[in-house]
Design a protein around this ligand. Structure first.
Ligand SMILES: [Zn+2]
Length: 340
């Protein structure tokens, strides 16, 4: 029998704010995508074989494979649907997915983004219990021209689907280009009403962290290397919530153990912090697992976990009409959960 805390966390209505679509493909989803691309031949490939045995493919290989398999609008739609289903199965009631629009031989960036949005719309009727939004990513590895294109696409689709496209993300290799290269694009996106959820402080570059904090953002992803003066600046600014991805940071080797994770420093200081998965497919985790880890490591009570869920929806890019709906779900769970 599962311990009470585990059942409690599984049933808790959860809020996910930092999840990349391509990194959130479970082995089962990758197998489905592999079959979509290669038909029955997929079953004979080495990768397919490895995927059916959990965790045998390393993280980097999984990312590469996910990329390779999502090269048509049909595959992007299937990937998006599976990710939404997996989150919903974990009792996630609100999720902001993020993804970098990609063009391939078989797809334009417009088609990529439309495939994601159309799937979110389709899933609305199939899985009404989960509210799904999209954050358009800009990858630091790409050219500035490509980043500008993604920024324009975010604004274009936010106008067409204001209930779905809610923000812009800056992600990818933090060492590949400077933040200042992307500043004008992000400033423009912010002017058009898009929210900013930026990866920041993934490497120890205090000058860049300082520049990013000065520029401002609505939420900050990771923040692993925010130290000293920058930490003080962030702690003073309660407007910038921190997205913490425990297992992702541990497996990427940027924090030595769960108990060393900076989540605790910010959490105990009352800073808005949200537990997120980052790439649950790649790191073989789930939002329930991450909350369980946080609960075990930092001795969080059931009440603390409910508060984390409530805090997460407050930090989300949901509209003023949508937030009370999610709060209502958490409230009714909290009422029934007495005795856990
Ligand atoms: Zn991320």
């Amino acid at each position: 029998m599962k311990p009470n805390k585990e059942i409690f966390i599984e049933q808790l209505p959860k809020v996910e704010l930092h999840a990349h679509i391509n990194g959130s493909l479970s082995n089962e989803t990758l197998c489905k995508l592999s079959q979509l691309k290669y038909g029955t031949d997929a079953k004979h490939t080495e990768k397919y074989h490895l995927l059916t045995k959990m965790d045998l493919i390393d993280a980097f290989e999984k990312f590469k494979y996910a990329h390779e398999l999502t090269d048509t609008p049909e595959a992007v739609a299937l990937a998006t649907e599976c990710v939404i289903r997996d989150f919903s199965d974990d009792n996630v009631v609100y999720v902001e997915l993020r993804s970098t629009p990609r063009s391939t031989m078989k797809m334009t960036k417009d088609e990529y983004i439309m495939a994601v949005i159309d799937t979110i719309l389709k899933m609305k009727s199939q899985l009404p219990s989960i509210l799904v939004k999209l954050i358009v990513s800009i990858n630091r590895r790409e050219s500035i021209e490509s980043a500008e294109e993604n920024g324009s696409l975010a604004s274009k689709y936010a106008k067409l689907h204001p209930n779905i496209v809610c923000g812009v993300d800056l992600s990818g290799d933090p060492a590949s280009k400077k933040f200042s290269d992307f500043e004008p694009i992000l400033a423009k996106a912010r002017e058009t009403g898009l929210k900013l959820a930026l990866h920041c402080g993934e490497i120890d570059d205090q000058d860049e962290i300082s520049a990013m904090l000065k520029f401002g953002m609505h939420r900050l992803g990771h923040g692993t290397f925010i130290k000293g003066e920058n930490e003080e600046i962030l702690l003073k600014n309660n407007e910038i919530a921190l997205e913490c991805c425990l297992t992702s940071n541990l497996l990427c080797g940027v924090v030595p153990t769960y108990s060393d994770h900076h989540f605790w420093r910010f959490y105990k200081n009352g800073h808005p912090v949200v537990i997120c998965t980052d790439d649950f497919g790649v790191f073989s985790t789930s939002l329930s697992k991450e909350l369980q880890i946080a609960s075990d490591t930092f001795n969080l009570s059931s009440d603390d976990l409910i508060k984390l869920s409530r805090g997460a929806i407050d930090c989300s890019f949901a509209s003023d009409d949508e937030k009370p709906i999610v709060h209502g779900k958490i409230d009714s769970f909290a009422k029934d959960a007495i005795g856990f």
